[in-house]
Ligand binder design. Structure first.
Ligand code: DGP
Length: 122
């Protein structure tokens, strides 16, 4: 599927500096910042700077440099947030069934409390 990127989404505005954020980490191709509505004591969103809608879009079309940078940035955020001690959850919602609210790829890194089972029964 060919994805169409909407550059008016909130994370695109954050990347352009039009909306403030609480940055955790910035690299050449990646920005990590705190979720405005945290669902755990630590709730960080990690986004690529490039115009990718969701993870499969990124995995198919990003450059190797972007993919390496993004993956290493996720590792660095995990280190900075100290998730290795008690564990964490990483989530990336996509599309309607994934209930993705912001159409710019992001992974949620949640930690700091027991997070329950992965999915509630529908
Ligand atoms: P998702 O449902 O996976 O698309 O998650 C979108 C997340 O984005 C949600 O946890 C709330 C967060 N969010 C929405 N608007 C803003 C914003 O303006 N700033 C920040 N930091 N987070 C936001």
């Amino acid at each position: 599927m060919a994805y169409a990127y909407d550059d008016q989404n909130i994370f695109a505005k954050i990347l352009r500096g039009e909306i403030p954020n609480t940055t955790v980490l910035e690299t050449e191709h990646t920005l990590a910042f705190r979720d405005l509505y945290p669902q755990a004591p630590s709730h960080v969103l990690v986004i690529p700077k490039g115009p990718y809608v969701c993870y499969d879009h990124f995995a198919q079309e990003a450059t190797d440099a972007e993919i390496v940078d993004y993956t290493r940035a996720i590792g660095k955020v995990c280190e900075l947030e100290g998730v290795a001690t008690d564990g964490f959850r990483m989530i990336s919602n996509a599309g309607e069934h994934g209930v993705q609210e912001v159409p710019h790829l992001h992974v949620h890194i949640l930690s700091g409390r027991p997070l329950g089972r992965m999915l509630a029964k529908a």
